[in-house]
Design a protein around this ligand. Structure first.
Ligand code: FMN
Length: 207
């Protein structure tokens, strides 16, 4: 089985909804095992409650878990134009994996939720890819074969750099059907690439 991890941080549920759609898309590809995990919260419980963060019973991952996967799809809200600190803190604890080249050659992809259309959506997708390239991961974007991203009708999340949604300034906007379709497409796209690479490695080992 090719193993895909969908790993996310979400305060208010938008990224979580996209993560579930990414996992659904990856699971639609035959021969793929998919796990859905979130990174640990770093905000104190009292602050979480005061800020109205959503409860989330998704199991939490540890950095050491990443090594077990062929592909990892990372999801984050845009906070001040870039990935959430919770995700960065998680990645900053993966130094041991980096030192052993443990993630080199694995597939990585990014999806994001952003408050406003031009508030850092693409910047988040792109800048989140920087540490993943330091790990030696191969970045899969969201190709234009997902035609939904090119619509000029209404507000649409995502870009060639990854899937996404626009939550609205007050977070009241739920991911649209197009955004969820984009996330499902993206999850399946990453899973297919990972399966092809895993198959190529097996063929090479057998030769
Ligand atoms: C501290 C903080 C910083 C934020 N910074 C931005 C920002 O720079 N640009 C933007 O468009 N939205 C920003 N937002 C809105 C979030 O992107 C939005 O709430 C998020 O996409 C919701 O995702 P979630 O429901 O998964 O937590 C910010 C929100 C918070 C709480």
């Amino acid at each position: 089985m090719t193993r895909v991890l969908v790993l996310y941080y979400s305060s208010y549920g938008h990224v979580r909804a996209l993560a579930q759609a990414e996992a659904e898309g990856a699971r639609s590809v035959p021969g793929i095992h998919v796990d859905l995990r979130r990174v640990p919260e770093t905000v104190p419980e009292a602050v979480r409650r005061r800020a109205g963060f959503a409860a989330d019973d998704t199991p939490v991952a540890a950095p050491a878990d990443l090594e077990a996967y062929d592909a990892i799809i990372f999801g984050t809200p845009t906070l001040f134009g870039m990935m959430a600190g919770q995700m960065k803190t998680f990645l900053d604890q993966a130094g041991g994996l980096w030192a052993r080249n443990a993630l080199v050659g694995k597939v990585a992809a990014v999806f994001a939720s952003t408050g406003s259309q031009h508030g850092g959506h693409e910047a988040t997708l792109l800048s989140t890819q920087i540490p993943l390239q330091h790990f030696g991961m191969l970045i899969a974007g969201m190709p234009y074969s997902f035609a939904g991203q090119t619509t000029a009708e209404g507000i649409v999340g995502g870009a060639p750099y990854g899937a996404g949604t626009i939550a609205g300034a007050d977070g009241a906007r739920a991911p649209t059907e197009t955004d969820l379709a984009g996330a499902r497409f993206h999850g399946a796209h990453v899973a297919r690439i990972a399966a092809r690479l895993a198959g190529a490695v097996l063929a090479e080992e057998a030769a």
